[in-house]
Design a protein around this ligand. Structure first.
Ligand code: NAD
Length: 304
């Protein structure tokens, strides 16, 4: 086999299996930055997850590299500009985690609507506080989806199984995809006023930075729940703290933060917030799918 692939971070075996018949595979999950610069010239493709940084220095030493593959969503650990300058393709697998993130979103919604995580702590503290944990049903409630791309659409599908109505804010969505999913497209203000549960699935851009701040919290329903499994910084955390501590809204579920990890955040003191450590995309199925998707892309390039 004349093609050689370096797997520099551990990926699911199924991805490696896909490549075995088209390339020689070298797995080195502890390769250092210096070793990578020295050895990269031997390879036609490299697969990384988060540990390995594919810097300009690495790319400039890569004499025959054709593809840099990130078996996951973001490509923050790859110098895409340097790769583009040398005509090297950078690929990733953004679709691999959509269902996984949508399921985590549903988990946070359920945890907040039924106060599951504080009820769990209470029982483990030896208490039996049934009246403290009165919940709300999701059936018949309105879900507001901010950003209806890959993940937002999966959340819509799942919310229908819970009997929820859906409104969507996404200025870039087509009429056709809205009607296919059976959702009503509204402006942001209408979504904030009408939704019982809101969930954010937009990228962090100058346009979406602090999209949800004090003026937006002020027009939400009193029992509103807001979820952010997209990127920290889309919700203004100071304003969120104020809204939650004044019981202006019912609760919030966050997987992402303005600063990660969020040290000594005042949010830690509140009962009506559920926090997870940026794990919305972390399932074995999503990792498997990411490995298979990038392996198939590499295969296609090798086979012309
Ligand atoms: P996507 O590109 O498929 O969808 C994003 C949607 O947002 C698009 O429909 C786009 O039209 C819309 N949008 C863009 N700007 C907007 C704006 N200003 N207002 C309203 N809508 C806007 O992306 P996706 O795969 O669904 O991912 C969504 C987000 O989830 C991304 O930011 C991604 O980084 C994040 N994410 C987080 C995790 C995690 O671990 N928590 C994992 C995967 C993805």
């Amino acid at each position: 086999m004349d093609k050689k692939v370096l797997i520099a971070d551990q990926i699911n075996e199924k991805g490696i299996d896909e490549l075995k018949d088209v390339a020689e595979i070298v797995s080195n999950f502890t390769i250092s930055k210096e070793e990578l610069v020295k050895e990269i010239a031997d390879y036609d493709a490299i697969i990384v997850r988060s540990r390995t940084k594919v810097t300009r220095e690495v790319i400039e030493a890569a004499d025959k590299l054709k593809i840099i593959a990130r078996a996951g969503v973001g490509v923050d650990n790859v110098d895409v500009q340097a790769a583009t300058e040398r005509g090297i393709m950078v690929i990733n697998a953004p679709e691999s985690t959509s269902i996984t993130v949508a399921e985590h979103t549903m988990g946070l919604i359920l945890s907040l609507s039924r106060k599951i995580s504080i009820a769990d702590s209470s029982v483990k503290d030896g208490k039996w506080e049934k009246s403290r944990f009165m919940g709300i049903e999701l059936n018949g409630k309105t879900l507001g989806v901010i950003g209806m791309g890959r993940i937002g659409s999966q959340v819509v599908t799942r919310s229908k199984a819970f009997g929820m109505e859906t409104v969507v804010y996404d200025p870039y969505i087509t009429e056709k995809s809205a009607s296919e999913l059976g959702v009503t497209v509204v402006d942001l203000e209408t979504l904030l006023k009408e939704s019982d549960v809101m969930t954010i699935h937009v990228p962090l851009t100058p346009e979406t930075k602090h999209l949800i701040s004090k003026p937006q919290f002020e027009i939400m329903k009193e029992n509103a729940i807001i979820i952010n499994c997209a990127r920290g910084g889309i919700i203004n955390e100071e304003d969120l703290y104020e809204a939650l501590s004044n019981n202006r809204i019912r609760g919030a579920g966050l997987d992402v933060y303005e600063v990660e990890p969020p040290e000594n955040s005042p949010l830690f003191t509140l009962d009506n917030v559920v926090l997870t450590p940026h794990i919305a995309a972390s399932t074995s199925e999503a990792q498997r799918d990411a490995a298979i998707i990038v392996a198939n892309e590499i295969k296609k390039v090798f086979q012309g």
